[in-house]
Design a protein around this ligand. Structure first.
Ligand code: KG4
Ligand code: ZN
Length: 353
């Protein structure tokens, strides 16, 4: 059998649908929600309303552009969690309604595991790309999470380090908001940082024990830094935007890389991947690539690194489709009473009843 699966993603502020046939992703339709830009962050109520408005069109587009009819589907996969309850509800309810009408099995997908497994996405048009072998480490960094995951298999993951407070994407977005930049601020900080001097200003490195992270200290320090400098020079942000962005980004990414180094030393695993929205960051991508460089000291050299294509870094349904395919082959389906799980954790494999 060559399973054909429709996948739906609606955990935060992107409504997305994708079709996967026999393990090859055919498309990845995404409707982004610009309504949050002026609020400096995602407004949950507005997000769920926008999902309601978009979901039918997005699913229809995915089916039509793949040339697949509903009767050709073998299952419907959907993001069960983690995410915003109202947003998840839209995707889960839509998937359940459609699966009931078509008598199809449902497959629940953990959004964070999907970010990790985005590295296994293959499409019909490109040559087969090299995928990580097990075990590997994955730094999953997004607007809601920062984790180092030990991946033993497609269905066997353990979080070995995570943030104790804010996610790194949140630190990027809050810093951007403090500077008056629109949401999401991560890509804008990245763009300005490329023109700035990373050594112009220094920000504190909050080091917590083990492989965990903490980003709330740097966020507060940044708030005071901007406040104090504006008191001296009202044009401080305008005059130094590129340098501020470069210095902040340098510190945030250094904090991530230092824990990733530690995780490699501790586990002895040298296959290292990054995933999630912040994995689109140019400085993080460069820092990771430099670890694959044979010119480094022996202890750091020779990592085999996996960096996702930009389109699979931020939220998308292609990654949900990929996990849907794996779960289909395992025969792992959800009950009809499956409900959203806003706090679903990586590796939890939560039962749906
Ligand atoms: O994975 P994602 O799309 O959604 C969540 O699951 O949270 O990640 C969104 C996050 C936002 O915080 C956004 O600012 C950040 O990813 N982001 C970036 C970049 N592109 C997106 N952060 C830094 N540099 C980027 N280039
Ligand atoms: Zn995400």
């Amino acid at each position: 059998m060559q399973p054909v699966i429709l996948a739906i993603e609606s955990s935060c502020d992107e409504t997305s649908a994708a079709i996967i046939r026999n393990g090859k992703v055919l498309n990845n339709v995404i409707a982004s929600q610009n309504v949050h830009q002026k609020y400096g962050g995602v407004v949950p109520e507005l997000a769920s309303r926008a999902h309601q408005k978009n979901i039918l069109h997005v699913v229809n587009d995915a089916l039509t552009s793949a040339g697949v009819t509903p009767s050709q589907l073998n299952a419907i996969a959907f993001t069960r969690g983690p995410g915003l309850l109202g947003s998840l509800l839209v995707g889960v309810s839509f998937a359940k309604g459609m699966a009931t009408a078509l008598s199809l099995p449902l497959i629940e997908v953990n959004h964070l595991e999907a970010h990790v497994l985005a590295h296994f996405i293959q499409t019909e048009h490109k040559e087969l790309k090299e995928v990580p072998t097990f075990p590997f480490l994955c730094l999953t960094v997004s607007g809601g999470h920062s984790q180092i995951v030990l991946v033993r298999n497609t269905n066997d993951m353990t979080v070995i380090g995570e943030t104790l407070d804010d996610a790194v994407g949140e630190a990027f977005d809050k810093a951007a908001k403090i500077m008056g930049l629109p949401y999401p601020g991560g890509p804008l900080i990245d763009r300005h940082a490329q023109l700035g001097n990373p050594a112009a200003f220094s920000f504190p490195n909050t080091n917590v024990p083990g492989l965990d992270f903490s980003f709330s200290g740097i966020k507060t320090a940044f708030l005071y830094f901007i406040r104090d400098n504006i008191a001296r020079d009202p044009q401080f942000i305008n005059n130094h935007l590129n340098d501020i962005c470069a210095s902040l980004q340098h510190q945030l990414i250094s904090m991530l890389m230092s824990k990733l180094n530690q995780a490699v030393d501790q586990t002895g695993i040298r296959q290292v991947a990054i995933a999630g929205g912040v994995s689109a960051n140019s400085f993080l991508r460069k820092a990771l690539l430099s670890r694959a460089d044979a010119g480094l000291p022996a202890v750091q050299a020779g990592w085999k690194v996996f960096i996702p294509p930009f389109e699979y870094c931020t939220d998308n349904a292609a990654m949900i489709a990929m996990v849907g395919h794996f779960r289909f082959l395992e025969g792992k389906f959800s009950g009809w009473n499956v409900a959203p799980l806003p706090n679903m954790t990586t590796g939890s494999d939560a039962p749906s009843l």
